[in-house]
Design a binder for this molecule. Structure first.
Ligand SMILES: [Zn+2]
Length: 359
């Protein structure tokens, strides 16, 4: 996919920014429903149903149901449809990356890749010669399930801060997948039951295992089926996978020494009793914190995050050249402090309704 940044004649990055924060604050504000662009009468990832919504990606804490009109990348809209977030009454405008769209009243919207999950986008809003970029959730580490993040120069960069503490440094995915592969070689009698979120993490882990040479079928919990099929319909190839529910009870020994994928909640619930000698494993950025792994009753913790880590959050905000950075949710104070120390005017928006666990 070609994702070069479109240029606009009218756009200029603020050279002096004395009066300019207040200038952007005249048309971008935080309301009870979420971040709001006034002249376009449009919310970005609102957590309540609204008339017009720009959706950065399909995770449930950003994409909600019940909006009158929705703008998103074609992949995000397909995900929303699969999850029943769109009804027949919802008007929808699919916008591929970099395609400019006139929202009315002089506001232009386009999407740039965010590298978070399939279809994930930064929403770029231009108005009155200024450009605001809303990153949504994003990451800089490679991910074969989505288009890599692109830095878009802007006047105001609005960023998440889920993992904004210096302790968060996400390891390369190959290292974590390597742990899993070695464990299977050491304990071939145990079913390696990996807890993954159904959207994004599941598919990323499957592709990474294929890349690492894992050639057996994957065994999937039913909750992972629909979205995995959606990815396949969009051209992704995960090789052979089988639903656990299609395996008769007396044949379940086939799962020993194999990868079983399930939603995190299934690791410790009744469902896991179907699995012979399971080794509960959790794949999430939060696995850097031991207590979180214990909470999940995971015997093995794989640090696999779809969010930017501490260094990437800071480097990305600086790379946009934005004199102002607004921080939506997460470890807001730490990032605010770190950016101010680097000469950026950073401020916390403290948006509510974001689900931290969705990593
Ligand atoms: Zn997300």
């Amino acid at each position: 996919m070609n994702a070069s940044t479109p240029k606009t004649a009218s756009h200029k990055i603020a050279q002096s920014h004395e009066s300019f924060t207040s200038e952007v604050e005249r048309w971008m504000e935080v309301r009870a429903e979420g971040l709001y662009c006034k002249p376009a009468n449009c919310y970005i990832d609102p957590h309540d149903a609204v008339e017009r919504a720009i959706i950065t990606h399909g995770h449930g804490d950003h994409a909600r149901s019940g909006h009158g009109e929705v703008f998103g990348t074609p992949e995000t809209l397909a995900i929303m449809e699969t999850r029943y977030y769109l009804t027949e009454e919802t008007a929808r405008t699919p916008l591929p990356y970099n395609q400019r769209h006139d929202l009315g009243s002089g506001v232009t919207l386009w999407f740039a890749p965010a590298g978070h999950i399939l279809g994930s986008a930064q929403a770029v809003l231009e108005f009155d010669g200024r450009r605001v970029v809303i990153s949504g959730d994003f990451k800089r580490h490679p991910d074969p399930t989505c288009v890599p993040f692109e830095v878009v120069p802007c006047d105001v960069f609005i960023t998440e801060a889920t993992f904004a503490l210096p302790v968060f440094k996400h390891p390369p995915l190959e290292d974590e997948i390597g742990k899993l592969i070695r464990s299977m070689a050491l304990m071939p009698e145990r079913s390696h039951m990996v807890g993954v979120y159904a959207l994004g993490k599941c598919q990323r882990v499957m592709l990474a295992l294929r890349e690492a040479g894992y050639a057996h079928p994957f065994y999937l919990h039913g909750a992972l089926k629909r979205l995995t099929e959606l990815y396949e319909s969009l051209g992704f190839d995960f090789g052979e996978w089988v639903l656990i529910s299609d395996i008769p009870a007396k044949e379940r020994d086939v799962l020993r020494g194999r990868i079983v994928l399930c939603p995190p909640g299934a690791l410790a619930d009744r469902w896991s009793r179907k699995i012979p000698d399971p080794l509960p494993t959790m794949a999430s950025g939060w696995m850097q914190i031991r207590a979180r792994a214990r909470q999940r009753r995971a015997e093995m913790a794989l640090i696999v995050s779809d969010h930017a880590d501490w260094d990437d959050l800071i480097e990305t905000a600086l790379a946009t050249g934005a004199p102002d950075v607004w921080i939506t949710h997460g470890r807001v104070e730490a990032l605010e402090y770190a950016l101010r120390a680097r000469g950026v005017r950073a401020k916390a928006l403290n948006l509510i309704g974001r689900d931290e666990e969705n990593d």
